[in-house]
Design a protein around this ligand. Structure first.
Ligand code: ADQ
Length: 477
């Protein structure tokens, strides 16, 4: 019997399960990261097929493990298997040594190796084929993020009438940075094969439209406040900023639950007499972890009254460990933690409590709940879900969010957060001081504002706005 085609096919580089070696044995683990955190509740609710790579290399062992993998209740995974060379050139290379640094304004970290580009196109064709196999004629195919910006090109060539949408989770750079990319025109034209392109912030929309104007002169662009419509030779594309969010009740309800509250008390008892500042990040140079540690060192240098009175809990989830820049970063972070603890630590006080691993969701929520201050200071970030998760987990409507003005989240959360420039060590130190000394009434007022904002603009709202934008796209009319 033929099964009914799904209404939705989501395509992303990774699915939420990862094949990984653990003590010499290949096992399935859950993957973490912003994209998975955002899409999982959506697919749970909506159903469909999730196309992506389960990690590991294309081998009989990985196929066997995936064949036996349990699928979620309401949707199923369709795996795309990548060879070792594809992982190296497409994933580590083009995706993470070209697009990732360039789109985060860090061009000096780019390596524009032409072999990377060829592999990127080949692998994007592979993903397109898997998506095509999973979709029926009326299925909405929703492609995610910078790894897959050429998938739409192949899909469109094979299925001119397909319904195609794209969402970029990372920032879109301005024209004077994007122009460094040798394949800038191919990337833009590939994106224009979609009916809808969603971006995180108004600034990203403006940058993207600016790049189209500069590098694809043959198109016509109309619009403004309510998004832009681009008319190219073959089609029309609607472009709209749609800030991503979190499953608010999942965090707020877990935060109020008895086991989490019990854990909060244990963490607080361990730090009795002290305030807790918290950083939670993937190990990535865009997250500004060394800069934050230096700002914390400035706090301890400039304001000795906080010695023995504050601890920074810095949780870092390992990420992209096979890329040399990431290994250097880990070494730098660990050196700084050791130096600062060595300079200021005392027998009964360790200034920085450093945790380098993924931790379970409930434990993360307990730590969010125990920390009086969250330090979210990326050098550049598409959105940053940790900022929103922290606020949603503050069961007592208290706590101060210190947020980089270069995180996408700053545009929605500027009214409640203390905004900082992450490059300004002394400025961040002064903001931490302000947060630690903030009167209870102001903390409450600010947190209430943040919670109201995030509760209203939650992940389901994001989904609804996305689907409403698809209806508005020219192809749907
Ligand atoms: P990321 O760069 O991965 O996401 P972010 O949005 O902060 O960044 O999401 C990180 C996720 O990982 C959060 O859900 C967090 O709870 C989880 N996490 C972090 N550290 C963890 C740890 N030690 N243990 C367990 N879980 C941990 C990309 C973009 C972002 C964008 C998202 C979604 O770079 O800008 O917000 O996609 O669009």
């Amino acid at each position: 019997m033929k099964t009914k085609p799904p209404g939705l096919v989501v395509v992303s580089n990774r699915i939420p399960v990862t094949c990984q070696y653990e003590r010499g044995k290949l096992r399935l683990q859950t993957s973490s990261g912003g994209l998975v955190s955002a899409l999982e509740p959506l697919l749970e609710d909506q159903g469909g097929v999730w196309v992506g790579s389960p990690g590991g290399y294309d081998s009989p062992e990985v196929h066997k493990l995936m064949a036996g993998a349990a699928h979620p209740k309401n949707h199923r995974y369709a795996s795309v298997y990548l060879s070792a060379e594809e992982q190296q050139y497409f994933y580590q290379g083009f995706s993470n040594e070209v697009l990732w640094p360039l789109f985060h304004d860090l061009q000096s970290r780019c390596n524009f190796d032409p072999r990377y580009w060829r592999s990127y196109q080949d692998v994007n064709r592979k993903f397109a084929k898997a998506a095509e196999n999973a979709a029926g004629p009326d299925t909405l195919i929703w492609i995610h993020d910078y790894h897959l910006m050429q998938v739409g090109r192949t899909l469109r060539a094979h299925r001119p009438e397909a319904r195609l949408a794209f969402f970029l989770h990372i920032p879109f750079p301005p024209p004077d940075i994007f122009e460094k990319l040798p394949w800038r025109r191919e990337i833009l034209e590939g994106l224009l094969e979609h009916d809808l392109i969603g971006l995180q912030t108004r600034r990203d929309e403006r940058n993207f439209v600016g790049c189209l104007r500069s590098f694809v002169p043959s198109i016509k662009i109309a619009g403004g406040e309510e998004g832009h419509t681009v008319v190219s030779e073959r089609r029309q594309t609607y472009i709209r900023f749609l800030p991503i969010s979190i499953d608010y009740p999942k965090f707020s309800e877990a935060a109020a639950s008895a086991p989490v509250q019990q854990r909060v008390e244990e963490i607080r008892a361990h730090h009795s007499g002290m305030q807790i500042a918290l950083g939670v990040d993937r190990m990535d140079y865009t997250k500004g972890i060394p800069e934050r540690l230096k700002a914390f060192r400035s706090l301890l240098r400039n304001y000795p009254q906080f010695h023995r009175r504050v601890t920074l809990i810095q949780i870092v989830v390992p990420s992209r460990e096979s890329i040399p820049h990431y290994q250097d970063l880990k070494n730098e972070v660990e050196r700084l933690v050791a130096e600062i603890n060595g300079e200021f630590g005392e027998p009964e006080w360790i200034p920085i409590n450093y945790i380098h691993r993924s931790i379970p969701r409930e434990e993360l929520i307990a730590v969010y709940n125990a920390a009086e201050v969250a330090l979210i200071t990326p050098l550049k970030d598409g959105m940053n879900l940790v900022a929103k998760e922290y606020c949603a987990s503050r069961a007592q409507t208290d706590g101060v969010l210190i947020l980089s003005e270069f995180a996408g989240a700053a545009s929605e959360l500027r009214n409640g957060a203390l905004l900082v420039n992450p490059y300004d060590e002394d400025g961040v130190a002064a903001a931490i001081k302000k947060a630690l000394e903030m009167p209870a009434e102001e903390r409450h007022r600010r947190m209430l504002r943040l919670q109201n904002q995030i509760r209203t603009a939650n992940i389901l709202k994001w989904r609804d706005r996305f689907f409403a934008a698809i209806k508005k796209s020219p192809a749907a009319s």
